[in-house]
Design a protein around this ligand. Structure first.
Ligand SMILES: Nc1nc2c(c(=O)[nH]1)N[C@H]1C(S)=C(S)[C@@H](COP(=O)(O)O)O[C@H]1N2
Ligand SMILES: [Mo]
Length: 169
């Protein structure tokens, strides 16, 4: 009876453990569009970074956000993973992000913003993948419509588009 329970407990434990493992970072099969570096506990490369292709990002906690922005006319529909779900999957261990664009623009973004707001890495605009010419492949989008107080220069500066990398500082 006792031995039986122990065996059950161990196999239950192993099942929980392996399902946690399965939730950990997969490996990109498509083109890598985002690299996360720095203070993270889950990595998928030899040099301890976390690389993502489009599919891996779309497998995170994805929402759509309808909003205007200071750089666009009218309301558009954006889709992409919540920043906090990206931070969870890489096991981000610090409170500031250095967000880096393809054109070498960069900005520091407090991790707290991702908990205070439904901040997404927008990948699609009005149902179409965002190209580099159109703020893609990833645009750190604050919900300006939902939270009008975000419409200020500090937040504008954090609204990095054409993102290629995020360092957890
Ligand atoms: N990739 C990228 N993102 C960026 C910028 C940029 O130059 N490149 N400029 C930032 C700043 S400082 C502001 S205020 C807004 C708007 O920039 P713009 O209106 O000068 O284009 O985008 C932000 N995101
Ligand atoms: Mo700016």
């Amino acid at each position: 009876m006792k031995t039986y329970s122990v065996v059950i407990l161990i196999s239950f434990g192993l099942t929980v453990f392996s399902s946690l493992q399965a939730k950990e970072l997969s490996v990109p099969t498509g083109r890598v569009i985002l690299t996360v570096t720095g203070a993270i506990s889950n990595t998928n490369t030899a040099n301890k970074t976390a690389e993502f292709d489009r599919q891996m990002l779309m497998d995170l906690d994805v929402i759509t956000q309808q909003t205007e922005t200071p750089w666009t006319e009218g309301i558009d529909t954006y889709k992409g993973p919540l920043l906090r779900s990206l931070l969870a999957v890489v096991g981000a261990k610090s409170d500031t992000l250095f967000v880096q664009a393809l054109n070498d623009y960069n900005a520091l973004v407090p991790v707290q913003d991702s908990y205070d707001y439904n901040l997404i890495l927008a990948m699609e605009m009005n149902g179409k993948p965002m190209g580099v010419r159109n703020k893609g492949p990833l645009f750190l989008l604050y919900p300006f419509k939902e939270s009008p107080e975000l419409n200020n220069e500090v937040i504008h500066n954090r609204s990095v588009w054409q993102i290629k990398a995020i360092n957890v500082e």
